[in-house]
Design a binder for this molecule. Structure first.
Ligand code: ADP
Ligand code: MG
Length: 370
């Protein structure tokens, strides 16, 4: 990277997961925030079927307009990122034209949620290509995507969480009764979840044993690996942002609370995405000791998975003040009104500064041994 040249940032968004639209909206906010004096920005959209296309540098196209969710369409020129680490280049293919080369991508901001984005796959591609990228590496991304692996790592680090059992495809097909017996040791209610999903998709709260088998089948429609957890009753849902400082050390933000509205019993898909489903209270009204505990546990959870750059850590706080870890998201919602930017805003880091810090953190870290 020569002196004086702007740093070329590829913002990659959309993608094959169910969170395609939210990723587009997040990317619109990131594009709007990147300082064009310092950064030369290349927006790259991934279509829902996985095609890579060069997008217009126009954040307004990525808004929710007239109730219509944004989506990457395949109309743009095809983009190819070479896996060859000596090249660092993007090839752009316009139909009928000789491929053009866009030289020197310095860093990628994968604003992707869920499968094929937040799960270590694009991170692996970028490692192959030798291009630094924002956020966690291959292992931490994959570990945080799989609730079974994530919970085992939390347990290994001594973090308190709800009791759970993992039901693999083999467990379910070979010894269903054995699997159900293990689940029944958890009591009721339980939350039955696909191991690798998001946005609460495929999750069922089971209050009656008769509904258990169907709940497992429903989770299995999303992932053959299922995690069943004892329901945490009467808890508050508290979230905390973790961001790497200049040296890469994780720092925790103020805490926030999710307050789910009356018609929703828990933070299900509708409560997450319908306008009036839930309130985000920033900062959360918690006793000082509890807030400090959540912040401390957030850093421990971040380190338990080996995260880098950023993560949002989600907890249940019980009436007696006990704090249970629920999950870590390595690429949390990143629209300007999403939880992660809001807790940092409240902590004194505004959105453009947040984006800038993440890009610098990626460049400082480079690639290798991820
Ligand atoms: N063990 C549990 N006890 C009580 N509520 C739970 C439990 N697990 C999940 N939930 C509820 O379900 C929501 C989604 O579960 P979560 O594991 O965070 O899945 P996702 O990765 O889809 O966000 C949580 O925000 C919470 O409202
Ligand atoms: Mg969650």
């Amino acid at each position: 990277m020569s002196e004086g040249r702007r740093i070329r940032v590829a913002v990659v968004f959309g993608g094959r997961s169910s969170e395609h639209a939210i990723s587009c909206v997040s990317a619109g906010s990131v594009l709007r925030a990147l300082d064009r004096e310092r950064y030369d920005v290349v927006p790259i959209g991934l279509t829902p079927d996985g095609r890579w296309v060069l997008e217009a540098d126009d954040p307004d196209r990525l808004r929710i307009a007239d109730g219509k969710l944004p989506e990457v369409d395949a109309a743009g020129a095809a983009v190819v990122l070479a896996g060859d680490p000596t090249r660092h280049e993007l090839q752009v293919h316009e139909p009928g034209d000789v491929p053009q080369t866009l030289a020197g991508v310095d860093v990628v901001f994968p604003v992707l949620h869920g499968a094929y984005g937040e799960d270590g796959t694009i991170q692996g591609l970028l490692e192959m290509a030798g291009v630094p990228y924002v956020g966690s590496g291959v292992l931490a991304s994959a570990a945080a995507m799989d609730k079974g692996v994530m919970k085992a790592l939390f347990a290994g680090a001594g973090l308190e969480q709800a009791p759970y059992v993992v039901v693999t495809d083999r467990d379910w097909s070979r010894d269903r009764e054995g699997a159900l017996e293990r689940i029944r040791t958890l009591g009721l209610p339980v939350f039955v979840k696909p191991a690798r999903a998001g946005s609460s998709l495929g999750i069922t709260k089971v209050v009656d044993d008769a509904a258990l088998v169907e709940a497992v089948e429903e989770a299995r429609r999303h992932d053959p690996k299922v995690v069943v957890e004892a329901g945490v009753v009467g808890a508050r849902e508290i979230e905390c942002g973790v961001l790497a400082d200049e040296d890469g050390a994780p720092r925790a933000s103020v805490c926030a609370e999710i307050v789910v509205h009356g018609d929703h019993d828990w933070y299900d898909f509708e409560a997450k995405y319908l306008d009036d489903g839930a309130d985000l209270v920033v900062p959360a009204d918690l006793p000082d000791g509890v807030a400090d505990r959540v912040r401390e546990l957030s850093v421990l959870a971040f380190d338990a998975l080996g995260c880098e750059g950023l993560a949002r850590c989600d907890f249940f706080v019980l009436p007696d003040g006990r704090v249970l870890i629920n999950e870590v998201n390595t690429m949390p919602g990143f629209t300007s009104i999403s939880m992660f930017p809001r807790v940092w805003q409240e902590t004194g880091v505004d959105y453009p500064t947040l984006v800038d810090r993440l890009v610098r953190d990626a460049l400082r870290r480079g690639t290798g041994l991820r």
